[in-house]
Design a protein around this ligand. Structure first.
Ligand SMILES: Nc1ncnc2c1ncn2[C@@H]1O[C@H](COP(=O)(O)OP(=O)(O)OP(=O)(O)O)[C@@H](O)[C@H]1O
Length: 299
């Protein structure tokens, strides 16, 4: 007997699997218990619009199935509503799912939607637009741009590592002005990453020992630079720190926690928000505490 109603927003182009078979599998796992209204994303239709329409129709749950781009856009429509977000990850990195412990295989992700718990997490805005994962300025944004569809098809999640190493050699340091609580600090950096939620694999976003998605704060990680050699040392320290789940102690890695920050750079730098390129600096980012309900596995 179907008791809950859900809109499933399905990106047929995410990842490298067979979308028809995947959708069939999702349907067979969920439909016995959830009445599903399936909507396909289209290149010229923002998934957030489909999610807004679902909210207006009054569904109990909205499920995003795709990569982080799809999940982030669907979440945009659910922030500040009580309607929970279900996630069936089918992308390359699936950073949002990994950050929240949501399984990245279809059967277990569906189990989480059927029998999981609702967890309230923070959302954020970057220049007034929603951000649920992280905003990257400089190296992170250059890496995301370099890791295009073709690279992701070839290398999977390793595409980001390959692109990051490739881009590191070209990175010029830039001047950064950080404004928090009316105070301004100035320094030179190659990367400024502001995270609301991030998995350990987002090495530039680890903050002082992992990103906490429901603390009402953003984790800012700055890779400041002195010389090319010290940059390499800082990057390898960040990577080993991320693997071991501890903060890097390198002198060129700085951490801050804040609920609101403005970042201005000279020259302007590319910005990535939740894995999509979104213009250039300056940016203003703000945490919106406990504004998004997400289905997560039972502990
Ligand atoms: N029907 C469609 N046909 C072509 N492109 C689509 C369609 N629906 C969505 N898209 C595009 O898919 C992109 C979002 O993809 P998403 O992030 O969900 O998956 P992905 O790219 O496989 O994931 P990842 O970023 O992890 O590799 C957007 O650029 C959007 O325009």
């Amino acid at each position: 007997m179907s008791t809950r109603s859900a809109c499933l927003i399905f990106n047929p182009c995410s990842g490298k699997g067979n979308p028809e078979a995947e959708l069939k599998q999702i349907f067979s796992l969920l439909e016995p218990e959830i009445k599903l209204d399936i909507r396909y994303t289209k290149p010229d239709l923002e998934p957030s619009q489909l999610a807004h329409e679902a909210v207006a129709r009054g569904v109990d749950l909205v499920i995003a199935s795709g990569g982080d781009g799809t999940v982030s856009a669907v979440a945009e429509a659910l922030i500040t509503t009580e309607i929970p977000l279900g996630v069936i990850p089918r992308g390359t990195a699936n950073a949002f799912a990994v950050a929240l412990g949501i399984p990245t295989n279809i059967p277990d992700a569906c189990q989480t939607i059927l029998h999981g718990l609702i967890r309230a997490i923070d959302g954020a805005t970057c220049n007034g637009k929603p951000c649920i994962l992280l905003t990257g300025v400089g190296w992170e944004a250059e890496t995301v741009e370099q890791a295009d569809r073709e690279a992701k098809n070839w290398f999977g999640a390793m595409a980001y590592l390959v692109a990051g190493i490739e881009k590191l050699w070209d990175m010029q340091s830039f001047q950064v002005e950080l404004e928090m609580d009316g105070e301004i600090s100035t320094l030179r950096a190659i990367a400024v990453t502001i995270a609301n939620a991030a998995p350990p694999t987002s090495v530039l976003a680890q903050g002082p020992g992992g990103v906490i998605p429901d603390d009402g704060l953003l984790d800012v990680t700055i890779l400041s630079t002195q010389t090319e050699m010290s940059t390499l040392g800082a990057v390898s320290s960040l990577m080993t720190g991320a693997l071991r789940g501890v903060a890097s102690q390198h002198n060129d890695v700085l951490y801050l926690r804040t609920n609101r920050i403005k970042v201005t750079t000279n020259p302007p730098q590319k910005v990535t928000v939740d894995g999509e390129i979104r213009g250039t600096t300056p940016i203003e980012m703000e945490c919106v505490p406990l504004s998004l309900n997400v289905m997560v596995p039972e502990i």
